[in-house]
Design a binder for this molecule. Structure first.
Ligand SMILES: Cc1ncc(COP(=O)(O)O)c(C=O)c1O
Length: 400
């Protein structure tokens, strides 16, 4: 079945729900049992059922089933945020004395969790150059248990050679964990490319409406799922059933939203490439992007998050530019229906970020492209004015 068909049908069964299209929201803490024996044996249900609502309810399970089906993995687990999914998954697969290889380009708080919490708990962490590919073999140690990837990195957009990394790791019995939030399972098939554990910050494209936080973790097989389930259990973390329901609702339109936003983003990226104020646009779907060949080989499409390196590094002028934007509001996160802009501040050690100029990250939403371009055009006019140069006319309002 095509992915759009799956998106419309996964995780629901009207015939088991009185003919109602969507699954109900089961809110719970306590779950009761008819016999003492069943109560005493309730933890036997922890991988597939509901011993206590921290393990989920049928609503969270419906979402998890839909995500596992979309990803083509064995089973998924829902947690309370993308970051909870990242940190608890790492904690589940690592213990004191282990070594973990983590891409230098990962999401900032992922890096901070690794360098701070994991290191404090006795895990040795090495950040690797995201362009290392199969060369990762040289960094593996007898104690390496995990290779953690994010591709493209959500600040600097380097595409990793995931199949090469996964092949090396698999041959040495090392678990690969991929944060696949940028691409979603629609555009990067993590398990087909050899990944063991896929993470989605469902907060972003899956939910898609900037109104909730959720994380999803999917494993390739049952053994990995059991390690994950047991590893995260005692953190006591779970999303509220209402949030799981809203994520499932967002998922239904993921395909159309993502395609539309990706198309608008590529249009805007190309427009930005021609602007004299722009040194480089960091978007793997652009043919001259360094990651383009790998992106073409491994991805089925792009999303709507990319970087723009301005020629100027003048922070005051950039503030004037972005503070006056009306549609691209300044704010973290992405994947919602609205456009956003943030300064990207890559924290790097293995491959330090050395390109001069101010790096912005744009997220393109569902607004009309012409309105977004007019907004950016006004921003460039303010940039010029703040830099003291001649400025093109500033649009006073966004006309349709
Ligand atoms: C790539 C990536 N992974 C994970 C997260 C964490 O997601 P959440 O905001 O749901 O904690 C983010 C958040 O921005 C992200 O960009």
């Amino acid at each position: 079945m095509d992915v759009d068909t799956r998106l419309a049908h996964a995780g629901r069964d009207p015939d088991r729900q009185h003919g109602i299209i969507n699954p109900p929201v089961y809110r719970a803490s306590t779950i009761v049992f008819p016999t003492l024996a069943e109560f005493e044996g309730r933890m036997s249900r922890k991988y597939t059922g509901f011993p206590y609502a921290i393990y989920g309810t049928p609503t969270t399970l419906a979402l998890a089933e839909a995500v596992a089906e979309l990803s083509g993995g064995f089973r998924s687990l829902a947690l309370s945020s993308g970051l909870a999914a990242v940190s608890q998954t790492l904690a589940a697969f690592l213990r004191a004395g282990d070594h973990a290889l983590v891409a230098d380009s990962v999401y900032g708080p992922t890096r901070q969790f690794c360098a701070g919490v994991l290191a404090r708990l006795g895990v040795d962490v090495t950040f690797y150059d995201p362009l290392i590919g199969g060369g990762i073999a040289e960094l593996l140690r007898p104690t390496t248990r995990v290779v953690y990837l994010e591709s493209p990195g959500s600040q600097t957009f380097e595409v990793q050679d995931v199949p090469a990394l996964a092949r090396v790791a698999r041959a040495r019995g090392v678990v690969t964990i991929l944060d696949n939030t940028w691409a979603t399972p629609l555009n990067f098939r993590a398990f087909d490319h050899g990944v063991d554990v896929e993470i989605q910050a469902g907060t972003k494209y899956l939910a898609g409406h900037s109104d909730l936080l959720i994380g999803l973790v999917t494993t390739r097989d049952e053994t990995l799922f059991r390690t994950l389930r047991d590893g995260v259990a005692l953190f006591g973390d779970c999303p509220a059933p209402d949030v799981a329901y809203e994520t499932l609702r967002g998922l239904r339109t993921l395909g159309v939203r993502l395609r539309h936003q990706a198309q608008s983003a590529l249009h805007i990226a190309r427009w930005l490439q021609d602007r004299p104020e722009v040194a480089r646009v960091l978007h793997p779907a652009l043919p001259d992007d360094p990651g383009h060949a790998l992106w073409r080989r491994d991805f089925r499409g792009a999303s709507s998050l990319f970087g723009v390196l301005l020629r100027t590094g003048d922070e005051r002028a950039v503030a004037a530019m972005i503070e006056g934007l009306r549609l691209f509001r300044i704010g973290a996160s992405f994947g919602g229906f609205e456009s956003l802009v943030v300064p990207a501040r890559p924290e790097r050690t293995a491959r330090p970020w050395q390109e001069p100029g101010f790096l912005l990250r744009l997220h393109v939403g569902l607004e009309a492209v012409e309105d977004l371009l007019a907004d950016l055009e006004g921003g460039f006019a303010r940039l010029h004015a703040a830099l003291g140069g001649a400025s093109p006319p500033i649009p006073t309002r966004v006309d349709r």
